[in-house]
Design a protein around this ligand. Structure first.
Ligand SMILES: [Fe+2]
Length: 478
């Protein structure tokens, strides 16, 4: 059992990390050997810092995006890391201090610098994807950033020929419409589906459908009631599915600058809403959902008229106001998620929830094809008997059996496991492991999570968020 003081020390040291640009550099193995057959590139995004100018952010996800690329080539591994050079990053870098409000951090100086300021720093720190030959760094509140795949240099901002420009009175608050950080690729059509929650006089869910040529093919607008917070969604063959939690947002507190927006949000224990948007067009279907907040989905599929949605659910809204929540048993309620299945029947208007596993779980990944049931998934998490530190384990799950393997890393924080697709699912998973003052790269056997290789990164990194695996043929050019 890990002692509480030890866990707090680990959390504090992970809080104080700032990434350093480097590379491409060759990495050496600390343990094992990188499999010869592992060939391709892993792109990852995540906050690269936890403070600016000596002021710690109020939320671990407010740190500027730091992109990394790891190339695997016949047992050799090279690594490079670069900041996403957003306008805000450039201005704050020159000033050496926080200039912008962020979702979880007010500008220093009290109320006045934050009053009525609802434009936030585009952290560009949540995901990096490749579509239509373009590499995009994503953050859910603003425009994507175009990245050079080879050098990781920032090339500019993407507004889809102006479609992401806000209009009318709402543009006074925010001139940009958001393009969320969890788009879904339909390999059959080549389309990239994404969304954005646009707050304004009428709150709206914007649906963006980008064609295989990178041009916006279609935009849809679904009016919303309330101020739901949605981070991820599910794309099946028939539906784009959003679960809208019953979030209480004290908009006055956020507008007046009394608190950062994230701290003005809490979860009502009232039912939420399953919003089913027919892919083929037509009116959306709304069905009551059980209370709770789902950050990430494992996968979803159509099943004889019903829609099956597997995701990870928090009983309370996970404000994660600092990363010590992951380590602190007293705050288990807000920071622990579990895998659940929502079985949605549009015909009867019902949604039933079942628990899939007892383990705390987050950052799930599967190689399942769009619209097909998943068989195996990998995730970060914790053992059910310990629960903390959350995200200290790598889990392997099967759809019918639940968790089959739990690899415990004790006091370290695991990054999102990336399964490397292979016939039958995956042969390896690759992930970061965040220790007190260093970050390692792990190659695990997908079947039983045994270590194939462990490598040292040249810079410590705060816990990473999401990324993309590029097979060898996709990892060159841009
Ligand atoms: Fe996410």
């Amino acid at each position: 059992m890990l002692s509480l003081p030890f866990m707090r020390a680990a959390a504090d040291s992970i809080l104080n990390i700032q990434a350093a640009e480097a590379g491409p550099l060759k990495l050496e193995c600390l343990e094992g050997r990188v499999p010869e057959g592992l060939s391709g590139s892993l792109l990852r995004n995540g906050p690269g810092r936890t403070e600016r100018g000596g002021v710690r952010y109020g939320h671990p996800f407010d740190g500027d995006g730091f992109l990394t690329r790891v190339d695997f080539d016949h047992g050799e591994v090279t690594w490079q890391g670069r900041w996403v050079r957003t306008r805000e990053w450039q201005a704050e870098e020159a000033a050496g201090r926080i200039l912008y409000r962020a979702f979880g951090t007010n500008r220093p100086g009290g109320l006045l610098p934050n009053l009525l300021r609802m434009r936030f720093k585009n952290a560009a720190n949540t995901h990096v994807v490749q579509h239509a030959g373009r590499t995009l760094a994503l953050w859910e509140g603003g425009w994507p950033h175009l990245i050079d795949l080879d050098s990781l240099e920032t090339l500019g901002r993407v507004h889809l020929d102006g479609a992401l420009r806000n209009a009318g009175p709402d543009a006074l608050f925010n001139p940009e419409l958001p393009f969320a950080a969890h788009p879904k690729l339909d390999p059959e059509t080549g389309e990239l589906w994404s969304f954005g929650i646009a707050y304004g006089i009428t709150n709206r869910l914007m649906l963006w459908i980008v064609g295989p040529d990178g041009q916006l093919r279609e935009r849809r607008c679904v009016p919303l009631t309330g101020l739901p917070f949605v981070h991820d969604f599910v794309l099946t063959r028939d539906w784009a599915v959003f679960v809208l939690p019953a979030v209480r947002f004290q908009i006055g507190r956020a507008l007046l600058g009394l608190s950062a927006p994230v701290q003005a949000m809490s979860l009502d224990q009232r039912p939420g809403t399953v919003l089913l948007v027919p892919r083929a067009g037509g009116p959306a279907v709304r069905i009551p959902a059980p209370p709770g907040f789902i950050f990430h989905w494992i996968h979803g599929w159509d099943d004889d008229g019903r829609v099956i949605l597997d995701g990870v659910k928090y009983a309370d809204f996970p404000t994660f106001d600092d990363i010590t929540a992951l380590f602190t048993p007293g705050r288990a309620g807000e920071a622990i998620a579990q895998a659940v299945r929502l079985t949605v029947d549009p015909a009867s208007g019902t949604c039933e929830e079942t628990l899939l596993a007892d383990h705390p779980i987050e950052l799930p990944q599967t190689t399942a094809a769009l619209g097909e049931p998943w068989q195996v998934a990998w995730a970060s998490g914790a053992p059910p008997e310990r629960r903390h530190p959350f995200l200290s384990c790598t889990l392997r799950l099967e759809r019918e059996q639940g968790v089959t393997h739990c690899r415990d890393f004790g006091d370290a924080v695991t990054g999102e496991p990336m399964p490397i697709p292979a016939p039958g699912g995956a042969e390896w998973v690759v992930q970061t492991l965040h220790r007190e003052r260093s970050t390692e790269l792990l190659v695990l056997r997908a079947s039983d999570l045994a270590t194939e290789a462990r490598l040292q990164l040249p810079t410590p990194l705060p816990p990473r968020l999401h990324g993309t695996w590029l097979p060898r043929e996709d990892a060159t050019g841009h």
